[in-house]
Design a protein around this ligand. Structure first.
Ligand SMILES: Nc1ncnc2c1ncn2[C@@H]1O[C@H](COP(=O)(O)OP(=O)(O)O)[C@@H](O)[C@H]1O
Ligand SMILES: CCCC(=O)OP(=O)(O)O
Length: 367
């Protein structure tokens, strides 16, 4: 190991996968994605119930690759649905663990990132961190107003990857991230479209159970009145409705799978329903990007398409042909989250930054 004191394990639990990495300094020596079918995930009623299964998955994967965890110097997990906070690297502390276990702003696999990081790290007597959690909140005030005075719009999105990819593209363009205006679209289990301006994400759809396009496992925006009728129809418990919005929504609801590769195979085999639904998802993503462009009056340096779905050429084309009149479309398939987690931890381990203490300033924003 080049940098003997800086071997970092990074843990990224997503809705359709668990991704892990081991880094020596900035260099990845292991990156692994373990995909989870919706049937495997659906047997758990709460995210916290997935704790043993996800932790075991991680430890078994490390074992298979012959990694000795006693050599680690820190563990960094993807941060979940905490109170709204500014971006950065945070030490996992008791208050954070409490909010992650409860799911302060809701239930999502990323809640497990900090918890698993802490549990493994404590056994090894090393520090644990999270970086740029899904609740990073940099919204302009105008974007908080929903139109329903009892409900405020929230910033829940792929903050870690959106920021990491936007920084990478800015560098490739020879600019600073803070000088650019990008519309960044992350397309994974959930789909979020963020408006990045002056180094802040000033507007974004709530990708969990708020608004925006439907996704492999989420319903996105649904007609509000019809949803209210369904909630009070007596046919469903609260938990069942929530599952129809998150987990069993989107592609899962229509086609029974969260796997876009599978959907593409169904389409190739002549399944017309799969074609219609997949095309509708591309249509909704494009529509959301169009709406986001209006936030900055069309003055956009680039539209970035990223996340697992950005590997799908047909899907990307179906989006691009509707939006490429706005700005150049830059496709960055997959994500940079493992690297971003490692770099966030490294900045602290190298004393370039101090770890932030949770919770901080923005936690006054209402639930
Ligand atoms: N080569 C590919 N072509 C099309 N879709 C893909 C490809 N690879 C992965 N995907 C899809 O991307 C989605 C997962 O994206 P990902 O960013 O890994 O999600 P998450 O982090 O939420 O688990 C899945 O629907 C998966 O099938
Ligand atoms: C909760 C917003 C982030 C998100 O949707 O992540 P996944 O795509 O990994 O589920």
């Amino acid at each position: 190991m080049q940098e003997s004191d800086n071997r970092i394990l990074v843990i990224n639990p997503g809705s359709t996968s668990t991704k892990i990495g081991v880094f020596d300094g900035e260099t990845a020596i292991l990156e692994k994605t373990i995909r989870h079918e919706s049937a495997e995930i659906e047997q758990y009623s709460n995210i916290i119930d997935q704790y043993d299964f996800r932790k075991r998955t991680i430890l078994e994967a490390l074992d298979e690759e012959g990694f000795n965890i006693s050599k680690l110097s820190a563990i960094c997990g993807r941060g979940g649905l905490l109170r709204p906070i500014e971006g950065g690297t945070y030490s996992v502390n008791d208050e954070m663990l409490k909010d992650l276990k409860e799911g302060y702003l809701g239930q999502h696999a990323s809640n497990l990132g900090g918890i698993i990081a802490y549990e493994i790290a404590t056994g090894l007597n090393i520090p644990s961190y999270i970086v740029d959690p899904v609740v990073v909140d940099e919204l302009d005030d105008v974007a908080r107003i929903s139109g329903f005075s009892s409900i405020e719009r929230k910033s829940i999105f792929h903050a870690l990857n959106q920021k990491a990819v936007a920084r990478r593209v800015a560098k490739e363009l020879g600019k600073k991230y803070e000088e650019c205006t990008f519309l960044v679209t992350h397309m994974g289990g959930g789909i979020t479209v963020g408006v990045h301006k002056g180094g802040r994400v000033i507007d974004v759809n709530n990708g969990l159970h708020g608004d925006g396009p439907f996704s492999p496992e989420r319903a996105g925006t649904v007609p509000a009145g019809d949803l209210v009728e369904l909630c009070f129809s007596g046919k469903y418990y609260r938990g069942e409705i929530m599952k129809k919005l998150v987990g069993q929504g989107g592609l899962v609801g229509y086609l029974g799978t969260n796997d876009a590769v599978q959907v593409e195979k169904m389409i190739d085999a002549g399944n017309e329903e799969a074609k219609k639904v997949y095309n509708a998802m591309a249509y909704q993503v494009a529509k959301e990007i169009g709406a986001a462009s209006v936030v900055v009056a069309g003055k956009v340096d680039g539209i970035i398409l990223t996340g697992g779905l950005a590997y799908g050429k047909g899907f990307v084309n179906a989006i691009s042909e509707r939006i490429d009149w706005i700005a150049d479309v830059i496709v960055q398939p997959g994500e940079n989250e493992l690297q971003a987690l490692a770099e966030g931890a490294l900045r602290v381990l190298r004393n370039e930054e101090q770890a932030k203490v949770y919770p901080n300033v923005k936690s006054a924003v209402s639930k």
